[in-house]
Design a protein. Structure first.
Length: 128
């Protein structure tokens, strides 16, 4: 592999790991949803053009920086309910392709489901 390709692969892996690590501060349901979404998106974009790859990585870098800032704020304000995420600007929304809008809609449906898909019990909650 040429040096620039190795550097690019390393950069992608580092960003991917960083995002999954940042997801640890999210509420459990959002962490599970976010981890799966990131895995799917990085897998789906394995063989894109260099220009698309640069844009893809820049958007995920922006996401990672935003999540890092929100995680730091959450740690400092432990009395507040956690507030993660951001609204899409009209410009970003208008720039999305139909496929991306469909993905975003599916993600919104999944994130706002009234029922949890799983529940977690502490060891003390189990009845023998």
């Amino acid at each position: 592999m040429p040096g620039s390709v190795c550097h690019h692969v390393s950069q992608v892996r580092t960003l991917y790991k960083k995002i999954l690590q940042l997801h640890r501060v999210l509420p459990l349901e959002l962490k599970a949803l976010g981890d799966q979404y990131v895995k799917d998106e990085f897998r789906r974009h394995k063989s894109i053009s260099l220009q698309e790859a640069q844009h893809f990585l820049q958007e995920w870098e922006n996401y990672a920086m935003m999540l890092q800032q929100q995680a730091n704020q959450h740690v400092q304000n432990t009395t507040d309910q956690p507030d993660f995420g951001a609204h899409l600007t009209k410009e970003k929304l208008n720039a999305l392709r139909d496929e991306q809008i469909g993905q975003l809609n599916e993600l919104m449906k999944e994130a706002t489901k009234p029922k949890r898909q799983f529940s977690i019990l502490d060891d003390g909650d189990c009845k023998h």
